[in-house]
Design a protein around this ligand. Structure first.
Ligand SMILES: Cc1ncc(COP(=O)(O)O)c(C=O)c1O
Length: 382
């Protein structure tokens, strides 16, 4: 952890912590005792509860957000040589998923307020090869889906950070009918350890996804017969059982995160006005009615002042975990080398990516922990 300059008994404020209780423990024990650890009844039960929660007609549980993005892109027909427009300010999986199909991720710059893919920039990047748009609900703020949908191309939503968010025109993230992909890694709004879920409106698309996550087997086929290419992207019954319990906690988990965000806003208001610390945008910052489903609390260090990585080191020396989040995808070495990207292509993304720091953030974070983080940042930023 690197907090070596601290006295041994100083508590470190962790970056993230899942909330798991005896209900999850009991659910796992029940699955273990049932003997059916995979392809069992917990999978459709979790899918149905999740679909209901976000207002989707269907849902398919998958092994991760990344595998969900892969299957969702295949389901809308993305293939070799196609272009998929996405955000350079995201977790790398959003851009990797088209590459799995030998399609090209085409980046467009982000909105400086919401940090989501800018619909106007995405529209300008469309060519005759573009076959899908892949907006990301970054940090839980809903991307402007009505604007993307108006562009008339298939949309796959990277909702891995977007659970609990709501669009200004009404639906919850995941409930618009487009395939929307959620992730359940342990730092997410809810967790299954590893895991993901694709929500969608089209029944035939769900059938394809369900087959492709299971080696390309149709539901009525014998276990060694396959009528298409598939993968093993299944989510186990153990994970689905945990997920079903987590769903029952979701309102509390989201409320806990919103509470901590409000505490941070208050504690950091002075640093924002006096030192130029950038805070996450408020609900409705771009469209009245947008609601964030809080995932991470990311601040931007001021342009004048200690560089971001020095701030992270100084926080660590004060017992506060933090991390650069997110780096610009197009500037990662794989993307530079494979697609020839360079600095200066997406200036808003690059500026934000160079200054972003994710602070400790989890539903049961205490007020004194928030105060400690704020005090540490205050010392560091002077
Ligand atoms: C925006 C975004 N996309 C995709 C993913 C990939 O999800 P997973 O780690 O479950 O594969 C994540 C999560 O890490 C994410 O934050």
């Amino acid at each position: 952890m690197g907090a070596s300059s601290l006295p041994a008994d100083t508590d470190v404020v962790p970056l993230a912590q899942p909330v798991l209780g005896v209900e999850e423990e009991q659910a796992v024990i029940e699955v273990l005792r049932s003997g059916q650890l995979s392809l069992g009844p917990r999978v459709p039960a979790f899918e149905e509860a999740f679909a209901m929660r976000v207002g989707a007609a269907h849902a398919s549980a998958v092994s991760s957000g990344t595998s969900g993005l892969h299957l969702a892109l295949r389901a809308v027909g993305v293939k070799e040589g196609d272009e998929v427009i996405t955000s350079p300010f995201s977790f790398v999986a959003s851009a990797n998923a088209p590459v799995f199909e030998r399609a090209r991720p085409v980046f467009a710059d982000v909105d400086p307020v919401t940090l989501n893919l800018d619909p106007a920039a995405a529209a300008a990047a469309i060519t005759e090869r573009t076959t899908a748009l892949l907006p990301v609900h970054i940090f839980g703020y809903p991307a402007d889906l009505p604007a993307f949908e108006a562009l008339g191309l298939p949309v796959v939503e990277d909702a891995c950070e977007g659970l609990g968010a709501r669009h200004h025109d009404g639906p919850a993230v995941g409930g618009r009918g487009n395939p929307a992909v959620f992730g359940f890694y342990a730092n997410k709004q809810m967790t299954t350890g590893e895991g993901g879920m694709i929500t969608l409106g089209d029944e035939a698309m769900k059938a394809r996804i369900d087959s492709e996550r299971n080696q390309g087997r149709a539901p009525d086929m014998g276990w060694l017969d396959h009528d298409r290419l598939g993968f093993n992207y299944r989510l186990s019954d153990i994970a689905c059982a945990i997920g079903s319990v987590q769903l029952t906690r979701l309102d509390d988990l989201l409320a806990g995160r919103a509470r901590v965000a409000a505490l941070y806003r208050e504690a950091l208001a002075g640093l924002a006005t006096q030192r130029g610390l950038g805070l996450p945008c408020e609900d409705g910052a771009r469209h009245a009615g947008d609601v964030r489903g809080w995932f991470v609390f990311v601040v931007q260090v001021p342009r004048e002042g200690p560089p971001r990585d020095d701030v992270i080191r100084a926080l660590r020396d004060r017992g506060v975990q933090s991390k650069p989040y997110l780096p610009a995808i197009h500037l990662m070495s794989f993307y530079r080398e494979t697609f020839g990207h360079r600095e200066g292509e997406f200036p808003v993304c690059e500026d934000v990516a160079a200054r972003s720091v994710a602070l400790p953030f989890f539903p049961h974070m205490r007020e004194d922990q928030v105060a400690r983080v704020a005090a540490a940042l205050g010392e560091i930023l002077g």
